[in-house]
Design a protein. Sequence first.
Lengths: 165, 356
Amino acid sequence: MNFSISLTVNGVRRDVELEDPRVTLLDLLRERLHLTGTKKGCDRGQCGACTVLVDGRRINSCLALAVSHDGADILTIEGVARGDQLHPVQAAFIAHDGFQCGFCTPGQIMSAIGLIGEGQAGDDPERVREGMSGNLCRCGAYSGITDAVLDVQKGLVEADRRRSA
Amino acid sequence: MKTFDYVRPTTISDAIAAAAEPGAAYLASGTNLLDLMKGGVSRPHRLVDVTRLPGLDRIEHLPDGGVRIGALVRNADLAHDPDFAKSYPAVAEALLSGASAQLRNAATVGGNLLQRTRCGYFYDVASACNKREPGAGCDARNGENRLHAVLGWSEACIATHPSDFCVPLVALDAVAEIEGRTGRREVAIEALHRLPGDTPEQESVLEPGDLIVALRLPGEARMFSTHARYLKVRERTSYAFAIVSATAALRIEQGTIRDARLALGGVAPKPWRAHQAEQTLAGSSPTPAAFRRAAEAALVDAKPSGDNRFKIELAQRILVRALTLAAAGTPERMPALPASPFSSVSRSDPGEIYEA
């Protein structure tokens, strides 16, 4: 049996015909839409490399059935920059050496964007580390990742202050 | 993963009819089920996707002061609901100590109640497991079993129930609302899960087709809101299942404990309410000696199922710690590391409360 689903991916509507209900959102992004920025690490929800935003919330795309997300709005790493202008989180990862091999980085960046959007961590390094614990980095770039998130968070607070001043 | 039929009903009655057939399973977010299916541990013929059923994603405040939580409310949304977190802080803390932010954003309240054990032998299809394959035997019994159950286990199965969320729920008398082929009924969370006995494959009292539609916490449970904690010992600080966990909720008046609620996680095949231990506390002062007596009462029936004798003492110590922190008062803000025994306490001087 075939399933027709329609998703908005990085602002573009995509209609996809699925021949098999087993396709995960991760495999759909990588194999069908050729958006290979989202990485497959463990494929079991333990490493966070596959993190994307679904309707604005970060989730593990490896543990999501594509067919169940018919109609969803998906943001992947390919959709966060504006042309050549990097997303502030991308720029901060570069500024703070938030990666080495880079495999976990798309998931780290999507998770960081999600974390900042959730508004729970603020400028507390402990809360940032806790909020990012679903993303493993085997190169051990954690301290740079934490600094990058804190830097973006600080920039947002300053921008807010300037606006309200 | 074995293939399956996929159906997405739009009414509860259609969902029940579709799921009542042998080999069918409900799918909510799938954070546990898809993982089990990828490993060949669960092999449903049909998935009944309940994520589009109307009206199950709401948090409602009830006239009696209680709260009704739709089964499709996401763990993160419940934990961050300001009124809920203030009224039932130990539940919010338990939710935020579980899994990762990504998983909490996806996982549903109903699914969490029915999550499967994390016993490695259950997950490894090359191992013998009575829960996965009735009658096959239990390789955990003489295997790597330092994290297995010390209460409620049987020779057939020594697996533990992995949920954090369920631990304060049983302590606070939460109730599941269930729709099934014979209509609607209610089951206390404490009575939802079965002990393994000779039939570890039967994990709950649910019948084929039964759908948990909501969870209710009674208004009386709010009376514990100023003295309630959930603590969880893990092998790493975050994103790990409990070795042991405990919830303690107290109602203290003029320096005397009027009512106490205690439950343990990670030690038994179900979330473990410690009724006898609660009774030892009622009417006493919140002292270290009283807490130690209660902790001993909670574990009086415990026995190791393998290399896990340490969990009995560890569970007692974590209960004492949870009681100590609950007596000191619920923190005004959720700790940076929810449920961590290593987190500092915002309201009191830690040196003072750990004394004696």
